[in-house]
Each structure stands twice: as C-alpha cells, then as structure tokens.
Design a protein around this ligand. Structure first.
Ligand SMILES: NC(=O)c1ccc[n+]([C@@H]2O[C@H](COP(=O)([O-])OP(=O)(O)OC[C@H]3O[C@@H](n4cnc5c(N)ncnc54)[C@H](O)[C@@H]3O)[C@@H](O)[C@H]2O)c1
Ligand SMILES: O=P(O)(O)OC[C@@H](O)[C@@H](O)[C@H](O)[C@H](O)CO
Length: 444
C-alpha cells in the first residue's frame, strides 16, 4: 500500500497564517502558493486558502495537512515538487473562519484567483449592480455585516470591515486574475460596493492597498491519471496534485503595508509600471489562447498543443500576434516572450483544454482582444486578426447551441460586438470585418 502524503512525514510544520487566498483552484497552487513555498522566509508565511463554494479541494487538501505535489511538466519529462505553504484549506462557505482570519492582527496579504467573471464588473469596469448576486450581497450586508455573501468583492469588503472593527491595520489585496489593472479594478469594485451598501462602509473599502499583478504559468486542469503518476514517482498518494508548465512569471506593482514573503528570491519582480507586462501577457498569451480556443475548436482540435500542430491555426496566431504587438512597448522582452510562447503552447505533454479556455468569452475578450480593436480603429486600419477572433467566438457559440443558426452573419456580428461593447456594434466597418471573417472561417 502506498502511504498518503502527510506533513509529519513529508513536509515542515505549518507556517502561521499571515496570508489568505480566495479561489483555491489549480492556478493558485501552481503559482502564488509555489512562490511562497520557494521564498526563503516560507516558514513564517502560511496561507489559509478558501474555495469559491465547493468543499472538495479543501477536504482533499486538509486530509493531507495542506500538502500537495506540483507536477512541473516540461516537454521532456516531469519534475515533482512538494508544496507545504498552505497551512489550512476551507470551503468558500465557511464565513466564520473567513472573518476570523481577517480579525487576526498578523494577517498581511490577501490573494485572489476568482476568474474574470468573478470581478462582477460592467464593460466600463465599474460594479455591475444589475447582477443578481451583487444585488443580493448589497441587501445582505445592509442587513448584517456578518451575513453570508457570494461575490468576491463582498467577501473582501466584509473581511475588511471585520478587520477595522477588530483594530487590525491595512493589508495588501493581490488579485492574480487575467485582467488589466486587476488591483485597481478590484479596488473600484469594492469601493463601489461599499458606496452601494451605505456611507458607513467606505472606510472599510479604503483599509487596504490594492496591488496590480501579472501572474503567468499555464496550469491546465489535471487529468485523472495525474494521481497515479505522482504515486509512482514519489511513493506517496496525493488526492490533490497540480500540473503546470516549467515557465513561471509574476510581476507586482503596489505597496504591502503589513509586509510580505520575500517572493523576489523565488523570481517575482516588483515593478514601477505594470502596463507593459500586462499588455504583453493579456494580448499575446491570453489573446492567443482565445484565438486557438475558438478557431482551433472549430477546426476539430481539443487542446492548445494540438491546435499548434495545425498550420492554419499557426498562421492565424502569427497574424494575431503581429496585429496585437503594434504599439506595444518592445520592453520587457516582447520578442523573446513571443518566441517562448510558441514553445510553451506547443508543449505536447500539457493537455490544456480549449473548451476551458473558451468559457466566459465576453469577459475574456474584453481584456484580451477589444483593446487591439480600439487601437486599430484609432489608426484607421481595419482589425483583421482581432475580427477573426470575434468571428470565431461567434461561430463557436452558434455551434454550441442546439438551435440551428438563424439570421445573417452580419446581424450575428452586430449582436456579438454589442455583447462586448455596444459602441463597437455601432461601427459598420467593424461589423463588416467580423462578418467577413466569420464567412471565411465557415469556408475553411
Ligand atoms: N490556469 C491558469 O493557467 C491561470 C494562469 C493565470 C491566471 N489564472 C487565473 O486564475 C483563475 C483560476 O484559474 P484556475 O486554473 O485555478 O481555475 P480552477 O477552476 O482550478 O479554480 C478556480 C477557483 O476559483 C474559484 N472561483 C471561481 N469563481 C469564483 C468567485 N466568483 N468567487 C470566489 N471564487 C471563485 C473556484 O471555486 C475555484 O476554487 C483564472 O480564471 C485566471 O483568472 C489562471
Ligand atoms: O484562466 P483563464 O480562464 O483566465 O484563461 C485561460 C488561459 O488563457 C490562461 O489560464 C493561461 O493559461 C494563463 O493565463 C497562463 O498564465
């Protein structure tokens, strides 16, 4: 019988909790928890991590004292690394524990990976008070500051308010999701939520430093066989292993009023301006992923690596990168990043499902593709490659519905652009460009 992974046998004592994480999924474990594990002061920085709602990952991790294996999957083989920085795991519904951690004076950092949709914003970037969950949270917190809430912003605000009442100092809030100015975005959402609840809530929203970050490491959902590979290679059973590529990057910009782990020793960069890092990543990597997710799926592929073997997908990717790079700062290392991306996307041992990348297209394309559409429109050049991604998304959605497609491609192009940003649907040249690309894609 293969023994299970445990802290007593395989790790170090749990570090005192000074960090909270919301969104206990694969990426947090491959990235933020891994950077913390590899910081020289790791024994002083434990993380309490919360899922969105489910109990499964928290239960599995707690059964092995928070320890898990990161499978670093290169094109030539796997490396198995043990990570012990998660001192406690909780289901997202455990609001008593959540608020209790916020009241702890030693809490210093709160990280987030709640997906783009988790930011509950309008296309203009403000709090979307039209969303039922947002409305429910406003009503709940008006009724009681301890009420159960659903959205990430309400959980943060309730935590900050509990901390202020307990006399705790400001903390750093560090979102790691793929959206531009993620720190400034969540700051605005939390502030607008506080305003919507009532004037007494404003000081809580201001009781934090909001840090902008770009967090990069391709982390697919692990396949079922991962646990068996881990057991065979490490001699331990692990019910919560994670798979990620060897590449990892983390750029951060902002203040940490209560301190932080020495993440720079593990490779993180603290930069004065996040913009070049986020544009490079969101447009080239994430925009490229979205292109492959929609256009690659339409051509019958199921993973990123598979789509990379298709010459037509590769041509579209090159055209997108050329168009998206126009106007981008050549620093930090735009050309090298692009070269490395070809290798990262082509890693045949990473099974990154196109269907997962394709989820929530409206939220994702807003940050990955729409900025390129705007720059092309400003320069007077029609956006060909960006229009192709929007067109591929349109066809992907049509293929996904059981109903037969109705209406002209031009009408459909107008509708889909309206979903992204109503102003885009009022540009006839852009609508034509998307309809033209959709027509061409259906003929490929
Ligand atoms: N996977 C990657 O390669 C990668 C890389 C960079 C950034 N990211 C960011 O991390 C996010 C999560 O990716 P993942 O691979 O860990 O996904 P995942 O499906 O493994 O986990 C997502 C986690 O977030 C939680 N969650 C989802 N919506 C939430 C909400 N509204 N409030 C609170 N929690 C919520 C889920 O319950 C789950 O615990 C992505 O959406 C992206 O923004 C991922
Ligand atoms: O995680 P999402 O859903 O925001 O986007 C899917 C991928 O583009 C993304 O996860 C990348 O793999 C990641 O951003 C690489 O760092």
């Amino acid at each position: 019988m293969i023994p299970p992974l445990t802290r007593a046998r395989d790790g170090r004592p749990p570090a005192p909790v000074r960090m909270l994480h919301l969104g206990l999924g694969g990426f947090f474990r491959a990235h933020q928890a891994w950077y913390t594990e590899n910081a020289p002061d790791a024994p002083r920085w434990g993380i309490a991590a919360f899922t969105g709602r489910s109990t499964r990952t928290a239960d599995r991790l707690n059964a092995q004292d928070g320890m898990y294996t990161l499978v670093v999957r290169g094109p030539g083989g796997d490396r198995f690394e043990r990570v012990g920085s998660v001192s406690a795991a909780h289901p997202g519904g455990d609001r008593t524990a959540w608020l209790e951690y916020w009241r702890e004076p030693r809490l210093a950092v709160v990280t987030l990976t709640v997906t783009e949709a988790g930011y509950t914003r309008t296309p203009g970037g403000g709090l979307d008070t039209g969303l039922p969950d947002v409305r429910a949270d406003i009503a709940a917190l008006r009724a009681s500051p301890h009420a159960p809430v659903r959205t990430a912003a309400a959980r943060l605000l309730a935590g900050l308010a509990a901390r202020r009442r307990a006399g705790g100092g400001p903390v750093a809030i560090v979102p790691c999701d793929n959206l531009p100015g993620n720190g400034r975005t969540i700051a605005r959402i939390v502030r607008e939520l506080a305003e919507a609840i009532g004037p007494a809530w404003a000081p809580a929203a201001a009781h934090a430093s909001y840090v902008d970050t770009v967090a990069d490491r391709i982390t697919p959902w692990p396949a079922d066989e991962t646990a068996a590979a881990v057991a065979a290679a490490t001699g331990r059973t692990d019910a919560a292993p994670v798979v990620a590529e060897p590449f990892a990057e983390w750029a951060l910009c902002g203040d940490f009023p209560a301190g932080r782990p020495h993440w720079e020793a593990a490779g993180a960069r603290f930069v004065p301006d996040i913009t070049p890092y986020e544009r490079r990543k969101l447009r080239l990597l994430n925009g490229g992923h979205s292109l492959l997710a929609y256009a690659g799926s339409l051509r019958g592929h199921t993973t990123v690596a598979e789509a990379m073997t298709d010459p037509l997908c590769r041509t579209w990717l090159t055209e997108w990168w050329d168009e998206a790079s126009a106007g981008l700062d050549p620093d930090p290392g735009l050309a090298a990043y692009r070269t490395a991306l070809v290798e990262r996307f082509s890693n045949p041992r990473i099974a990154h499902a196109l269907a997962k990348i394709a989820e929530n297209g409206a939220d994702k394309l807003l940050d990955r593709v729409v900025p390129s559409v705007h720059s092309a429109r400003r320069s007077g050049a029609p956006p060909v490659a960006a229009a192709r991604i929007v067109a591929a998304w349109l066809l992907y959605l049509r293929a996904d519905t059981a109903r037969p497609a109705s209406g002209s491609l031009r009408d459909a192009a107008c509708d889909i652009l309206h979903r992204l940003d109503p102003a885009l649907a009022r540009d006839p040249a852009l609508v034509d460009a998307v309809a033209l690309q959709a027509g061409e894609l259906t003929r490929k």
